[in-house]
Design a protein around this ligand. Sequence first.
Ligand SMILES: Nc1ncnc2c1ncn2[C@@H]1O[C@H](COP(=O)(O)OP(=O)(O)O)[C@@H](O)[C@H]1O
Ligand SMILES: [Mg+2]
Length: 306
Amino acid sequence: MRIAVLSRNRSLHSIRRLLQEASTAGVQLDTINPLECQLVVDGKQSHILVGNQDVPDYDAVLPRIGASITEYGLAVVKQFEALGYHTINHSQAIAESRDKMRCAQILMQAGLLVPPTVLTRTQKGMRNILKIVGGMPAVLKVLQGTQGVGVMLVNSTLSLASVLDAFWGLGKDLVIQQFIAEGAGRDYRVLVVGKEVVAAMMRTAPEGEFRSNIHRGGAGSLIKLPKAYERAAVRATEVLGLEIAGVDLIDSDRGPMILEVNSSPGFEGIERATGLNIAGAMVQHMIASADRSNKRKLRQKLRGRS
Ligand SMILES: Nc1ncnc2c1ncn2[C@@H]1O[C@H](COP(=O)(O)OP(=O)(O)O)[C@@H](O)[C@H]1O
Ligand SMILES: [Mg+2]
């Protein structure tokens, strides 16, 4: 079996671990830098060129698209899909989960709990908006932030108004979200691979910080995830159409709330905190998923002939 992982940096912990586990499982795993992929659509045929060569055939493609190259990365993933490659995760699922508003819309429609969230481009009716998000303090988030960067806490209507103005002036949209006080300072990072929770950790924010991201100094520890959290995390990945995801949940008075769903979750922190072999689980899932896809393609081909 031959799989490609789309990643800019092969020395990242997650990629090194995937290469290691793929080799153990007898899978050839090639890394391709998405920024080195040239996408050609010439009217007759589509191609992906890497260094003047057509990209080889793969049983599956694993996109690991960082937030800073979302647009280009998604164009690359879409082109792989147009050429019939099986992608884990699909470009549409990556795009929808990456946008915090879009993600909240989809999760809410599926009956999952998300913090009350408002997207606005005007300061009109702010009093009502503040009522919706439970007053101050409130959380502000850029739509495509990650690792806690772009998540802010504001304590007054004056700071809220000025931060909104500043970001709008830079052409960036923000969502205003209820600050979940009862769960603040810690959250659950749950790794779902193929409809199963393969690891979960609780992340605790350092003193004086409300964001519990590992990149913001949060500390991870192994926990036994309550069933309700497990169900919410798996359901969230299902409704977004993700096969592999990191789901962030927070305790709330109403039950587990979903903060975000990450389609390219790093797993250095969670492997270290839990001692679990996440990379191995991902490789096993990719093999099974690629097998299913190959069988599907074969059936379609045979049907086409008969
Ligand atoms: N509404 C909220 N109430 C309380 N804490 C929050 C809220 N939203 C986010 N946080 C904290 O901030 C962290 C980062 O938020 P998140 O939405 O996951 O953005 P990012 O994509 O940057 O990780 C969360 O892990 C959580 O600790
Ligand atoms: Mg997060």
